[in-house]
Structure formats: structure tokens, C-alpha cells
Design a protein around this ligand. Structure first.
Ligand code: URA
Length: 199
């Protein structure tokens, strides 16, 4: 199903409602994929009929959407991780050279054993993700506890992020081959924020 929703996102004819629908469905699949990787703690439980061993997830989760496009991931991740804390990083790419600039941060306390999910639909050059990860590293967040969720990544973006932080886990629905001269992913889906927010 990931390919189906990804195709809806990529199609230029998809309208705002269809784009939001596909983004939310694809985000749910990626959130589930990440959740399936997290270790569970075994515990003895009682059913109405007797005793058995169950499994539960008892770690803290911190969701960090990168403004503004990363907000598209929030409903799906909150549906699974209902108690998650939420932090925000505002990062804007310069229109001239796509250089990232951190213009806003509002992060909660992050324990060293918390899982941190960095949410950003498009991983293009890797500049935005690297700046976000540097900002989190200053707060003591380890790449080994961090998952980066994307819809589409470029090959160059993945290499840039992974070469700096090999222990980071990247979950993406597609890896595209090219970036154009403005650092937009090709074939990609265009400007995610403009299409999701209808601007
Ligand atoms: N951001 C987008 O919205 N699209 C791209 O292709 C790259 C970055």
C-alpha cells in the first residue's frame, strides 16, 4: 500500500484533499513500520482465564516535526504514540542556495532512553536533517535512539545523513535519484508544504 499512497502524492493532478489523505495514510504505514522495530518489555499478565506473558511498550517517545511540512506526520504518529511529547524545529532553506537556517526551536526535556522521531516529508540534500540532528545532539540526543521519517529521500540526502550519523535509522517510502539545480527532488512530488497546505 505504501506505493499506492506514494503514487497519489507524486501525481501532479492530485488535489489538496487527495494529497492530505495520501500523506496521512502513508504516514500511518511509516509510523507502524517504526513501531514494529521498537523492543517490547515482557510482562506477566492475567487474562479472565489465567496467566500468560504479554508484551508492552513503556519508553518515552518524543515527536519532532520540522516546520512546516513535518506537521503532516503528526496525526498518524499521535494515533500510535498517544502519550508522546512534541517538540518543534523550524528550519527554512534559503531560496538562493538551499542552505538551511534554524529559525525556531521549542524542545521538551528529552531523556537519554527516550525514542526521538524526527519528522520531515522530504530528505533532499540532507542539510535540513543534519542541522536538526546537530540541534538535537546539543540536547544530548543520541542518533542510536533517533528515527528519521520521510516520504521521499534523494540518494545524496541519505548518504549525507548516514555518513555523519551511521546509527540513525531512516524510514522512507522512496529513494529518488536526482536533485535539480534548486535542490528539489526529481521525480519527487514538488513542494510538499505548498501541496499539503494548499498554498
Ligand atoms: N522540499 C520539498 O518540498 N520538495 C523537495 O523536492 C525538496 C525539499
Amino acid at each position: 500500500m505504501k506505493d499506492h499512497f506514494l503514487t497519489l502524492l507524486r501525481r501532479r493532478e492530485t488535489d489538496t484533499a487527495g494529497f492530505r489523505f495520501a500523506a496521512h495514510r502513508l504516514a500511518s504505514l511509516i509510523a507502524q513500520e517504526i513501531a514494529d522495530e521498537l523492543p517490547l518489555k515482557a510482562e506477566k499478565i492475567h487474562t479472565p482465564m489465567g496467566e500468560t506473558t504479554g508484551a508492552s511498550f513503556d519508553k518515552e517517545v518524543v515527536l519532532i516535526p520540522i516546520l512546516r511540512a513535518g506537521l503532516a506526520f503528526l496525526p498518524a504518529f499521535l494515533a500510535l504514540f498517544k502519550n508522546a511529547s512534541i517538540g518543534f524545529l523550524g528550519i527554512r532553506r534559503s531560496e538562493k542556495d538551499a542552505h538551511p537556517h534554524l529559525y525556531y526551536q521549542n524542545l521538551p526535556e528529552i531523556r537519554s532512553d527516550a525514542y526521538v522521531f524526527l519528522l520531515d516529508p522530504m530528505l533532499a540534500t540532507g542539510g535540513t536533517a543534519n542541522l536538526a540532528l546537530e540541534t538535537l545532539a546539543e540536547k544530548g540526543v543520541s542518533p542510536a535512539m533517533t528515527f528519521l521519517a520521510n516520504f521521499i529521500s534523494s540518494q545524496a540526502g541519505i548518504e549525507s545523513v548516514q555518513s555523519r550519523r551511521p546509527r540513525l535509522k531512516i524510514h522512507t517510502a522512496a529513494v529518488d535519484p536526482h536533485l535539480d539545480s534548486k535542490k528539489v527532488i526529481v521525480p519527487g512530488l514538488g513542494d510538499f508544504g505548498n501541496r499539503y497546505f494548499g498554498t
